[in-house]
Design a protein around this ligand. Structure first.
Ligand code: FE2
Ligand code: FE2
Length: 342
């Protein structure tokens, strides 16, 4: 049932995924086959741990949680599912034989979308399930456009990186193509370029726009942005595969980067591509306290960072070739802020 091989485009076209937790037979089998006949992908689990791990792996579009769990109560499981950032947007519905006001109150506190009484037939569920799936789709689209809007606003802040992410896309895409990435991976790489610094939305402007080096505390705050960005994108299933790229875009090959100190090929390939494009664009863009470097000098800096063990040396080599062939990705009116690749 795991869809880990699907990229963002493919995933969006998938059937809605529904998880049935502890629906006792024969209701479970009947409901499962009925929902499958309605073009839903349906998985079933019968205990809390399986429910939690399935939700982490798959981010279903709806969880129906039947109230007959033996290991932990359904309210507690609902709470556990909803605290996971990956399933923050996943509607969880509790199903009980005859819920009362107290159940409704507890369900709301646990984060349940609704509490339904046990249906007499699966068909009774269908209308309500369809409504929730439509709502989920709408919520996902709203959340996704909000994440892109925030990323765009980071890009266009005054004196900040005017069009930084768009220029990165051009560089990263060429490098990705030359390394043999297919269209699905390239699409993820483009999305990662647009969203890589979305976590900077939480960095105070005084730090983000500081026209000079950051002190230790400011640097610590700035360095939280990959983890914040990952958390912001986590509830969106369509962005699932780019989360490691966002999280690891400031790692270094020798393990001296952040947030996890990953080394070498443990750093996702798309993150290594993205960081070369990120740094190249930063260096070749005007900043408040210095002019843009000429492309040849920017490439020299990339080579010296590769020599220090920070960047992927063969990739930098490849990128230098592409740059020469692409006339160094000329861009007009570049402006950039100092803290761009803190
Ligand atoms: Fe960054
Ligand atoms: Fe950047």
């Amino acid at each position: 049932m795991s869809a880990s091989n699907c990229g963002p485009v493919a995933r969006e076209a998938m059937n809605p995924a529904i998880l049935l937790v502890d629906f006792i037979s024969p209701s479970r089998a009947e409901l499962q086959s009925f929902l499958q006949s309605q073009q839903c992908d349906v998985a079933t689990v019968s205990n809390a741990d399986s429910a939690v791990s399935y939700c982490q792996q798959t981010q279903p579009d709806l969880v129906l949680l039947y109230d007959s769990l033996r290991d932990i109560g359904s309210f507690e499981l609902c709470r556990r599912l909803k605290v996971d950032p990956l399933n923050h947007l996943t509607p969880v519905v509790l199903v009980k034989p005859s819920p009362d006001q107290w159940d409704i109150h507890r369900g709301q506190k646990a984060g349940a979308m609704d509490i339904w009484s046990t249906p007499s037939s699966p068909r009774d569920f269908l209308g309500r399930i369809q409504t929730l799936l439509r709502l989920k789709k709408y919520t996902d689209e709203q959340a996704k456009s909000e994440v892109f809007r925030l990323a765009r606003s980071i890009d266009s802040r005054k004196n900040l990186r005017n069009g930084h992410s768009d220029r990165m896309v051009a560089c990263a895409q060429k490098l990705g193509e030359s390394l043999g990435l297919g269209e699905e991976d390239l699409q993820e790489l483009r999305i990662a370029c647009w969203l890589h610094d979305v976590g900077k939305i939480k960095v105070p402007e005084g730090i983000l726009l500081k026209p000079g080096p950051l002190d230790t505390e400011e640097r610590r705050i700035m360095q939280e942005h990959p983890v914040i960005g990952e958390r912001m994108c986590a509830p969106l299933k369509a962005l699932r595969r780019i989360l490691p790229v966002i999280r690891h875009h400031h790692e270094k090959m020798d393990g001296s980067g952040y947030p996890d100190g990953l080394r070498g090929e443990a750093i996702p390939m798309k993150a290594r591509i993205l960081q070369i494009a990120d740094i190249y664009d930063a260096l070749t863009t005007n900043r408040p306290y210095r002019k843009a470097l000429p492309p040849e000098e920017a490439l020299q800096t990339l080579f010296s960072e590769a020599q220090k063990g920070w960047l992927d040396a063969p990739m930098v080599e490849k990128f230098a070739q592409i740059c020469k062939e692409s006339e160094y990705f000329p861009a007009k009116g570049r402006t950039i802020q100092a803290a761009d690749y803190a």
